[in-house]
Write a protein that binds this ligand. Sequence first.
Ligand code: URA
Length: 433
Amino acid sequence: MRAYDLIDKKKNGKSLNKEEIDFLINGFVSGEVADYQMAAWAMAVCFQGMSMEEIGNLTVSMAKSGEIIDLSAIEGCKVDKHSTGGVGDKTTLVIGPIVASQGVKVAKMSGRGLGHTGGTLDKLEAIPGVRTTLSDREFIEIVNTVGICVAGQTKNLVPADQKLYALRDVTATVDNIPLIASSIMSKKLASGSDAILLDVKTGSGAFMKTREDAKELAEIMVEIGRKAGKKMAALVTDMDVPLGLTIGNALEVREAIDTLMGRGPEDFTDVCLELAANMLFLAEKGSTDQCMRLAKEAVSSGKALDTFARMVKAQGGDEAVVREPSLLPGACYTMKVKAPKAGYVEHMDTQGCGLAAVLLGAGRDKKEDQVQADAGIVLRRKTGDRVEKGETLAVLHTSCEERLQAAHDRLLACYRIGPVCPPVGPHILEYIS
Ligand code: URA
C-alpha cells in the first residue's frame, strides 16, 4: 500500500476501506506517512467528503493511536459531555457538579482555549491552586470520592488527532464536518465514559455557522458513538450571542459560581439545566421531566455548589473561593465600551467578542502563550437589548493597560446597533437522541 495511491483514490471521490485508513493513520503517527501527504489527503476529504463508514473507521483508528483510558475502577455509569466550543461557554463548571451531586460520575478530560474560544482548563486554573495535570490514579480517586474531576488530556490520548489537528490548523482544513466529527469522537471514545452528551454550538461564535451544519455534525457524532457501543445524545445550542454575561477565565468562574448559587444569567442557566438534565437522562436517572427536576434541585439545595467546592479542594485549589468569589484574581485596569448611538443591539459578532477577550489576555494566539486569569469582558448589553447613546455596552478587564484600546475598538466593532428589536430565539435549537 502507498500513501500516494490512497490520496489519489480520495481525490477521485472514492471511499477508503478500514485497512487503508489504518495504514494512513498508523503511518502518520509513526512518521512513515509525511505531513504533506496527510495534508493533501485532508484537503481531498474537504473536496470529496467521506462516507459514514469511512468516518467511523477513521474515528476508531485515531482513537486506537494512543492510550484508551480505563475507567473500570470507577463504579457506576460514567457520563461525559463535550461542547464544540464557543464564547463564554463555562457550562462544564456548572453541569459537571450538578450531575455529580445527583450520583452520576463525571470523569471529564477538558482542553484549553485556542483562537476565539475559551477552554475549561484555563477557567478552572483561574482558581488559585487548582491542578489540572493529574496522574490516572489521582484522576480516578477524585472521581470515586467527589463524583467529578476535570483534568487535562494526557500526551498519549489520541496522538493521531494531536498531529492531524496541528496540520489542519495550518492548511485550512479545520472546518470540515467528517474531520471535526472524527477528531472530537476519537477523543471521546478514548476517554472511556459509558455515555456522552454532545453540545454542538451554532452561530457567529461557533465553528458551525449554520444550524443545518451543526445538526449534521451532531447526527454524525451520535452515530459514531452508538456504533462504538456508547449511549449518545446531542443538543444543538445557540452561539450566535456569547453565553452568559462574562468572557474570560476568572470572570467566567465567578459567573459559574453565581449560577450554582441559583443567580446566574437566564440564558446560561437554561442551557446548563437542559444539558445537565440530558446527562442525567443518559445515566438513566428517570424521565426527562424527572431529570430536569433533579437538575434544578441540585442547584436549589446547594448540593451542586458543595460538589464544586469539594472538587476544587480535591484538585488542590482554594475552596474558599467557591463561597467567596471575590477571592478570585481581579484585574488592575478596566475600561467601559459605550454605545455610539441609541437603538437595539441587532446583532453581535460573537467570534469577534472572543477575539477581543484574547486581546485583553484572556486567550492565546499561539499554543504556548500564557493566559491572564483576570482578563476578560463583562457584557452589559447583548443582542435584543435596548441601549441609549453613551450607555455602557461592556466593561473590559485586564492587568495590561496597553491592551485596553485595541480590545475596546475590536469589541465595539462587534456590536451592530440599529432601530429594529431583533427576535431572540430559543437557546436550545435541536435535540438528537
Ligand atoms: N474540536 C476538536 O476537538 N476537533 C476539531 O476538529 C474541531 C473542534
